[in-house]
Write a protein that binds this ligand. Sequence first.
Ligand code: BGC
Length: 394
Amino acid sequence: MKSKLMRVLMLALVVVMIASSLGACSPATTTQAPAEPAATAVPAEPAEPAEPAAGTEAIKIGLSFSDFATERWKPEADLLTELLEAKGYEVLVQEANHDVKLQNDQIDNMVAQGVKGLIIIAEDGEAVVTSVDKAAAAGVVVIAYDRLIKTQSIAAYLSFDNVEVGRQEALGVMTALGLPGSTTWTKDNPAKVVLSGGSPTDNNAVLVRQGQMEILQPYIDEGVITIVADQWVDNWDPTNALKMMENILTAQNNEIDAVVASNDGTALGEIEALRAQGLAGIVPISGQDATAAGCNSIVKGEQTVTVYKDIRLLAPAAVEMMDALLNGKPIEGVQAFSLAVLTGQDLPGDIQAVFLPVVQVTKDNVYEEIVLSGFQTYDDVYRDIPEDQRPPKP
Ligand code: BGC
């Protein structure tokens, strides 16, 4: 238990260091010119555990998750809970099963139960504004975790560099096609590419697509690739993705050459549809999250690329941020970003945000980046791979 706490504190320290260095970096994209950088100072040390004094009630923090269907969210709920409890907070966790109204009700309910802070993974970055504005008006500190909430009433938005996620997905797929410099894909014979976006109600899906298009557009303009389908997957649901890909394959007579998919869950659904047509491992396809299943598919040669976002850094950063905000301390490494730039919509004002870096992962570096870092276990990543084709067990 003690060593677990040590690990948590070490991670918190790493996050504080990353967040500080990020503060000096440019924002997520070249087009995302930030407005005024936030005028925040650097607190001397990570906050001390805020154990409630004997006889006083612990401060309550609410965690509101869009769903637990995507592989990453449940472990993240557990990690956030563990880190907040280590600081003496009482944690309430709610999961909305992709139901926008339920998520709003759950948030209202947690506010009624007296939470002082909320960490929210929004199912719908617009619909959730109703309950978030009410919570903020009641004095609750709201952190938009991973996904943007489109209101200035949030205290901060903490995520990964989602535009870079999209760039790395598209780059991974283009590299697999041999682009740039391919002799196969030419103006006379462009590669037929499918675009598979995430949930249309998740602003991350929009940012990811922005990054994908930065890479793809020059090839489209040159005529060496052509987009044969461009769709979005409701709820990021793998089953929806599978059906979508079945329909696309039928419409295209199975003649597709690559898929730029937006996360591992949807990519794996699409790979099932590709497998049924003998195309898995032939048609390159991307994802993100470096999930156990996604990495296993990569070592099996079916998924081409994933993007690793180390939640072991994101969760502690959110907890440090919440702790600082509740204690009236400055928050680390934030910069102001305009809501209009982050969303591409006509929204007023700025919000404070931090974006953590991401890493592209393919067959070539999955062992080093994912297994050796302990992000996924060796056994999960090399599941069903014959002993003699595996690297040594670390
Ligand atoms: C997250 C991804 C995740 C997806 C589906 C996105 O907002 O950034 O990591 O795979 O939601 O839950």
